[in-house]
Every structure is written in C-alpha cells, then in structure tokens.
Design a protein around this ligand. Sequence first.
Ligand SMILES: *Cc1c(COP(=O)(O)O)cnc(C)c1O
Length: 235
Amino acid sequence: MMLESPSPFDRIQSNWQRTVEKVADACMRSNREMGSVTIVGVTKYVDAVLTKHLYDAGCCDLGESRPQNIWSKAPALPDAQWHLIGHLQRNKVKRTLPLVELIHSVDSLRLLEQIAIDAESLSKRTRLLIEVNVTQDASKTGASPDEAMAILDRGLALPHLEIVGVMAMASLQGTSDQARAEFASVRVLRDQLAERNQHPLPVLSMGMSGDFVEAIAEGATLIRLGSCLFEGLLT
Ligand SMILES: *Cc1c(COP(=O)(O)O)cnc(C)c1O
C-alpha cells in the first residue's frame, strides 16, 4: 500500500509550525519575548495558491521582492500585511503604496522623494525602512551609513512618511559568526541614526532562512523567511 503524500497545504502548515517553534526557541535563548519578533513569509518563490496556503496556515505578514507580485497577489489576500522587500523602481511606487504595510528597501534619496510625492497625492501615510549595507560590499544593495543618514534627515522633513527602522542582509557566503557580527553592526548603526536624530527606529528587519537565529540574537524585530517555509515544495 502506498502512503499518501501530504497535500501542499499540510506541508506548508507543518513547515510553518516548525519554523514558529524555532523562532520561539531562538527568542528564548536570547532572552526575548516571542511577540517581539514577526515572521514575514517571503512568497516570491511560489504562486498565488501556495501563497494563500501560507496565509491560511497563520502567516499574516507576507513579503515579495518584486512590486508586480504584490500587485497581482494582494487583491486576493486583502487582510494580509504586505511587505515590499526588494528593489522598487520609481515608476512603480504609486501603484504599490496603497497595497503595502511597509517598504523595507528605501536605499536612495531619489526613491525617497518619489515615495513622498506619491504618498502625498494618495494622502497615504507610508511606513518605510532604510535598507543599509554595512559590509562595504559593492555588489550588495543598500545605502552606506552616510547615505542612510541623509535619507533619514530628509525623510523626517517629509509629510506622510514615517521612517521606522532599517533593513539589511548579511553576506550570503558568510559564516554564522560573520552574520552575527554584521547584524550587530546593523543594530549599532540603527542606534546611532536614532540617537543622532532623536527619532526612534524600533524596527530591525534582518535575518533570512539561513541566519534568522543570529539575527534574533542581535535584535531583529522582523525576520524575512522564504525557503524554510516552502521546504519540500520548491524544485
Ligand atoms: C528572498 C529574500 C528573502 C528570503 O530568503 P530565504 O533565504 O529564502 O529565507 C529575504 N529577504 C530578501 C530581501 C529576499 O530577497
């Protein structure tokens, strides 16, 4: 007799539950409340059906790296909180703003100014993170610390915009220790930006499937998890 293989929904549900347990465990080991870390389920690898399965399994914050995928998926899941985690072109800002809870990837003054213009015309209060690159790795996206300072200075003067924190990625090929050191320097940069401007920046978006434990240890409040939630379903 053949055993029936689990349905895609069952698979996603068990991935989700296992991941929530790992996050809870990482929080406990870092002396943090589970409620201080939110999992953003990154659905860029999957279609609308598997995206909905993840939402139905309990993941209410969903992230996409391409704005077009938010345009196509968000109308079917209007109660999900959508996060844009990848590059945003200025000509896509206006269509994206009404659909998203948070934009993680503000990495230039030019993009910031465009978001301000479109937020104004839509009268939409818009929450943003500054994407920072603390590794001096030219191939990586993100603002340098100096650029981040300039973006924050300007952002504080613009109506409708609310800069609430920073986002970063660790070097992809790095060791666990290296990831942890990089996340620590993101936190330090966040603290310096907040202190200098006397403006709280409570949100730290850092950590992916391979390094969220290190990110939680260094204070991440949003972790962006994709592949570990779709294990067994990606080819
Ligand atoms: C794809 C992606 C993730 C998720 O990565 P996984 O390793 O699949 O968890 C997180 N953040 C960003 C910016 C991404 O593009």
